[in-house]
Design a protein around this ligand. Structure first.
Ligand code: PMV
Length: 352
């Protein structure tokens, strides 16, 4: 009998950023956050887990290379938590095979550059937890699984849902209420699209773990943000999503990206995640929006940046073609883009 399961999970990109932990072991955040889960095939992690009585230890391969599972590290914690849930199930159903007692081998693949500020840890830990839940035949809901994925990488908890997702920071010291909830499914607002501008696929300089820790220890702006800014923004953006109000969604998304990077700059020593190309893309989107607003129209696009220089541009489907043409025009080196919606017809804007 082969006990094996495969699951995949997509990347999510936050509009209200998670930045700061109040508990580093349980990964409990200092503020709520909210993201959109990208539903395209280009940005996913796919993970296969296998349990077998002949295995002599838990092992993990990432993109074909074996990685050490550090004792008490994040991967070990997620595996242990999933085995605990399986053991509970086996206690209730004594006829089930005792998979919780077998070691597991886990192989995960990303179809995009790892650690380039494209939230590979989010899709990675979400896929890992989903594949183990499937292997162990657990009846858990996405919110329940989010409690475990969160302990792998905070933002991973939001990739258990598609669509528009909030991570409620919770208040319990044991983390039992720090979980992901759905704000709206993808179908609620299918017109929203995300354009990913890969400015650089180098590994990022300051990891989110060490960056957050330094920010929590040194930034006074972070304290203002978590107390006086994020709670209101969460309410307003959730409402905007429910009403499909792109203007408000875009305004808050850009403000929150700006404040996250301001908080990074307010860290001692300062952290710079964006580069000159990132800032040029901001100027382009600001100008694009200004032309629309000056003509009495709404904001048409929103930029946002995570812990790296790559831009994600949220917009409505009707503007995608125009924005890609704009980006390619101003950044002629941006001559490679994927066109998953067939918006450019067979010839595309650029041949290659
Ligand atoms: O989950 P981590 O440790 O990769 O942190 C992610 C932090 C940001 O991507 C910058 C913001 C977010 O909410 O995803």
């Amino acid at each position: 009998m082969v006990y094996q399961a495969t699951a995949s999970a997509p990347v999510n990109i936050a509009c209200i950023k998670y930045w700061g932990k109040r508990d580093t072991k349980l990964i409990l955040p200092t503020n709520d956050s909210l993201s959109v889960t990208l539903d395209q095939d280009h940005l996913r992690s796919t993970t296969t887990s296998r349990a077998d009585p002949s295995f002599t230890k838990d092992r993990l391969w990432l993109n074909g290379t074996e990685e050490e599972i550090k004792p008490n590290g994040r991967t070990a914690t997620c595996i242990a938590e999933m085995k605990r849930l399986r053991a509970d199930l086996e206690a209730e159903k004594p006829n089930e095979p005792k998979l919780s007692q077998f070691y597991v081998h886990i192989a995960s693949k990303n179809n995009f550059p790892t650690a380039a500020g494209l939230a590979s840890s989010a899709s990675g830990f979400a896929a890992l937890v989903k594949s183990l839940a499937s292997l162990y035949q657990l009846p858990s809901t996405p919110s329940e699984l989010s409690l475990i994925a969160r302990q792998g990488s905070g933002s991973a908890c939001r990739s258990l849902f598609g669509g528009f997702v909030a991570w409620e920071m919770g208040s319990s010291p044991d983390g039992s209420d720090s979980l992901a909830v759905e704000i709206a499914p993808r179908e609620h607002w299918p017109e929203i699209h995300a354009l990913i501008c890969v400015v650089s696929d180098d590994k990022k300089g300051t990891s989110s773990t060490s960056g957050m820790q330094r920010t929590v220890e040194t930034s006074t702006l972070l304290q203002h943000r978590i107390k006086h800014v994020v709670p209101e923004r969460m309410k307003v953006i959730s409402e905007a999503i429910k009403k499909r109000d792109f203007n408000t969604f875009a305004k808050i998304t850009m403000q929150d990206s700006n404040q996250f990077h301001a908080v990074a700059l307010d860290t001692d020593p300062p952290i710079f995640y964006m580069n000159d190309v990132s800032r040029a893309i901001i100027s382009l989107i600001v100008e694009y929006n200004r032309v629309s607003v000056d003509a009495g129209g709404p904001l048409k696009a929103a930029y946002t940046y995570d812990a790296g220089p790559n831009a994600v541009i949220y917009t409505l489907k009707e503007n995608v073609k125009e924005i890609v043409e704009l980006v390619v025009n101003y950044f002629p080196q941006a001559n490679q883009f994927k066109d998953p919606f067939g918006l450019f017809g067979s010839d595309g804007v650029q041949g290659n």
